[in-house]
Design a protein around this ligand. Sequence first.
Ligand code: ATP
Ligand code: MG
Length: 689
Amino acid sequence: MSLAYLDKLNPEQHQAVVHGTAADAAARQGPLLVIAGAGSGKTNTLAHRVAHLIVDGADPRRILLMTFSRRAAAEMTARVGRIARLVMGERADIMTEALAWAGTFHGIGARLLREYAADIGLDPAFTIHDREDAADLMNLMRHELGFSRTESRFPLKGTCLAIYSRCVNAEAPIEEVLRAAFPWCAAWAGEIKQLFAAYVEAKQAQNVLDYDDLLLYWAQMIGEPELAGEIGTRFDHVLVDEYQDTNRLQASILLALKPHGDGLTVVGDDAQAIYSFRAATVRNILDFPRHFSPPAHVVTLDRNYRSTQPILAAANGVIGLARERFTKNLWTERPSSRRPQLVAVRDEADQARCVVERVLAQREDGTVLKQQAVLFRASHHSGPLEVELTRRNVPFVKFGGLKFLDSAHVKDVLALLRLAENPRDRVAGFRVLLLIPGIGPASAQRVLDQMAAAADPAAALATVVPPARAAADWPAFVAAVTELRSAGTGWPAELERARQWYEPYLEQRHEDAAMRRADLVQLEQIAATYPSRERFLTELTLDPPDAASDQAGPPLRDEDYLILSTIHSAKGQEWRSVTVLNVVDGCLPSDLATGTAAELEEERRLLYVAMTRARDELALVVPQRFFTHGQAAFGARYVTAARTRFIPDALTPLFERVSWPPASAGAPPRAPATGVRVDVGARMRGMWR
Ligand code: ATP
Ligand code: MG
């Protein structure tokens, strides 16, 4: 059989794709690491490898593929299909459909845990807490233990959760985590331990798992020799993309799945490690080969296929100043006379206007909106741009920002579904009960206690006597939960049933009920794409759909729209044109991250990740000043900003420097010289504090 798809690969990619298969002339076996720079075809190579494995006879049902987002998994699966079709024809479609184990670490963990729940003493009806739910439960425990009294200055719920999460993900003891990352909380070590114990107990009593538990339970499950054998052998191949951003727990899961590394392939780039704030460690990828004996086979790729030479030169310049040395020296054969631009604008308002002008001009020149992305360090940086895009009727979709699912009304309806799925879930229970007029925190607590004490908490609901003031609404609530728990309604009609129950509260609680109702209708459309309530709740919690600009309508699937994305969420992707906002000190690096040299280095890699998303056009926008609130005492309405320290003067020749509006259109008035230099980041923080 001639394998046409192999011809397009360069020799190193080819080697990685055929490693361990019949087409491997060197007959290599064992684990494989592909460590290579941005745009060198790592993800593409992985997709070819999966397709090739299938063509080579591997059973797609026995392939486990883990990517950084569910979207990335879906794209990869589609790509595998296209490649396999080249040689297998129609049959490839059936094969790729069978590629059912493709997803994120957390998503795969959730599925395996449900399947093996009985073996590890877990109730398979567990519900999953997102970060907000988890923080709420942590808060509940703080109160119960009496740690939250105002005079005590005990760490806030978010901080407690962050400490907890880091302990879990870094597999590190509390004292060590406090010392390294939360020194101001160190005095509370004893209480924090007590709190975590109570938090863990509460989760177990309520049959809920938080994000970290999905990894933790998975790791523990696979620590059982019998289960390790069973789960490890059901996958012949385990492949992981973006391995530089995995944490210790994920690495230990992987090594427990494939202790000898047979069938194991990991792919990543140490220069793009940007998740250490979630305890990811680049050591995972650097140490990978030595975990095995003989060591894993290592393939490096150094040809970049994505970007033009001037863009690559600028990106290489930025990463070349990093403290660590990255061994890769990327080169490309895509010449261009156009250097990336450093665009000076007066302020954020001008930045927004300038970006919209550029976007529309590029569309005129034939680059559709979907091939253009605007990236930023923090989600709130895009606020003024979103306003301007809306004003000019330019459709956009925002990745990694405020999620559609974070809105109160959507959470309310989902909470009812969650309660129906798992009546022990107290955070969901609280949320739902507090919607009912006449029920306050104390009576909600009482109801939940009564439910918790019963063998069948949902059935117990029928015997609960509600407070008199809630008596009128109570039967409708009990009826809704009961119906949703019986299989009668069916999926996705259940969601409509939940919305019916919610309808009166929607009117009572929200002035803009019509708009919110439209969101709920949209939620029903999304729900229809999931096979069951359980899958819907799990996957939505783990990887919510992105917020669209057109919240009232269905997702803008087939239309043309501009991409707005945080840099973190832009990982692995590419666009013809990329514009990066607020390339100034205080935003990038974020002034929240300038504490340690390591944090600063991660910010540098973030800029590198942003720049390497661009294929043909790259612009970094540098506002000269930022509007500031609350600085009137200094007589300053604006503070001046400086270009990011990651592009020192020595690198500016790699860029074309322009100002907007162009000089001919009248030079922008200079910022009033106040002589006051204030942290831009402080103002940014003010926006969400
Ligand atoms: P990142 O580090 O950003 O995740 P990557 O290394 O995963 O990047 P890919 O996204 O796989 O890189 O590939 C980058 C681009 O290069 C894609 O458009 C891909 O189609 C193209 N490409 C990869 N390999 C080849 C090749 N051998 N010939 C032509 N184009 C290629
Ligand atoms: Mg990639």
